[in-house]
Ligand binder design. Structure first.
Ligand code: 13P
Ligand code: SF4
Length: 364
């Protein structure tokens, strides 16, 4: 998705960390309860320290939905999260994303045209009344609206199991996008096997499948992935186990199934945080998720050895775009009465996306 972030003025790009921190603190104090800052767990510490609430995608969507007081919600996360916040908050609330280039490469792997094309192709072969579309939270508002219109729901990494179970009570098949890994890992968790799943490749005719595949499969998994989590491989789990006997391996469900299978625990970012909190002092924990969260967990648990499952750093380059300078820029503008980088979703898209998001909130 093409977005353009204007370069920041020099008083932000040339400012040192202490100066920026003092200015962010002053702007935050001036805005008081009119401002609510949300921070996703993958954000840098220089940003996260200012968050009024931290969370995974699901937790943050709930926090946005529950907050009706603040006029400005500054979302330190990525574009699809800010869109969801706009959909779930009241009309007087304005959502601000500090850097418009903070997108998500996975979300960009499925767009409305490609999903509509897939749906129309499938309509010729299967009963789409019995096909339930499920979109991962990491998708555009347009796709959430598509799902809302077609009787489906949104899911996140912390509730995919509950949402898929719900979908299978409503229909007989799922079209799951954009993350094949979350779909596959959850299907295995629910007791399905490889024969029940097919990968839908949007770049190929009829997803690269035969009609028979579409008829037989329970899960049609969109060929999308997270470039951060796909980096973790079996070799990393084997190396961690060889070098750290007794290590607990905890990974995010956006990782490939063979990694999830070898791991001791799998769960959303919030789950990973709770698992590290719950591990006894002296534990050794190899974590398969974004590096900023892993580094924060290591710093917060000096009594445990916490390290990244992949020794080469795995940052999410789009989450990383949000820094203290951009946060300072949006807050100082808000103090001056200028709402910069507002994220809005058009009313028709928002109405149907809200249906899909609300189904998720009701299911879980
Ligand atoms: P959760 O916040 O649901 O764990 O997802 C991680 C992620 O990739 C967010 O973009
Ligand atoms: Fe997207 Fe992966 Fe970054 Fe999450 S970690 S925002 S899924 S690219």
């Amino acid at each position: 998705m093409f977005r353009v972030q204007a370069p920041l003025p020099e008083r932000y790009t040339n400012a040192g960390p202490d100066d920026l921190a003092a200015r962010i603190g002053a702007a935050k104090a001036a805005l008081g309860s009119r401002l609510f800052i949300l921070g996703h767990h993958y954000q840098r510490d220089e940003v996260m320290r200012w968050a009024d609430a931290r969370g995974d995608s699901f937790g943050l969507s709930r926090k946005a939905a529950d907050n009706s007081g603040a006029d400005y919600i500054v979302f330190c996360g990525v574009h699809f999260m800010a869109e969801s916040a706009d959909i779930l908050t009241a009309d007087h609330q304005q959502i601000v994303l500090p850097d418009l280039n903070a997108g998500c490469s996975m979300a960009d792997m499925a767009d409305l045209d490609a999903v509509e094309e897939a749906w129309e192709s499938l309509d010729e072969v299967v009963d789409v009344e019995r096909l339930v579309p499920i979109t991962y939270m990491n998708s555009s508002a347009a796709l959430k609206a598509f799902v809302g219109r077609h009787g489906g729901a949104v899911c996140t990494s912390s509730n995919a199991r509950a949402v898929i179970t719900w979908a299978l009570e409503r229909g007989e098949k799922l079209l799951f996008f954009p993350d094949q890994h979350l779909g596959r890992n959850t299907a295995y968790q629910l007791g399905f096997g490889a024969d029940d799943m097919r990968v839908w490749d949007p770049k190929r005719d009829f997803g690269g499948l035969e009609e028979r595949d579409a008829k037989e499969a329970t899960f049609l998994l969109w060929k999308g992935h997270c470039s951060v989590h796909q980096r973790f491989g079996v070799q990393h789990v084997e190396a961690a186990r060889a070098e750290h006997p007794g290590v607990q391996v905890i990974v995010h469900p956006e990782c490939a199934h063979e990694v999830v299978e070898l791991a001791d625990q799998v769960g959303s970012t919030d789950y990973i945080i709770k698992a590290v909190d719950a591990a006894p002092a002296g534990s050794t924990l190899a974590i398969g998720t974004e590096i900023h969260l892993v580094q924060r967990l290591a710093a917060e648990h000096p009594d445990k050895t916490v390290f990244s499952l992949d020794p080469l750093i795995c940052p999410c380059s789009t989450m990383f775009r949000i820094d203290a300078a951009h946060l300072c820029w949006v807050l100082e503008n808000l103090v001056d009465g200028n709402v910069v980088n507002r994220i809005t979703v058009d009313p028709d898209t928002a109405e149907w996306a809200r249906v899909a998001l609300q189904r998720m909130l009701d299911i879980t």
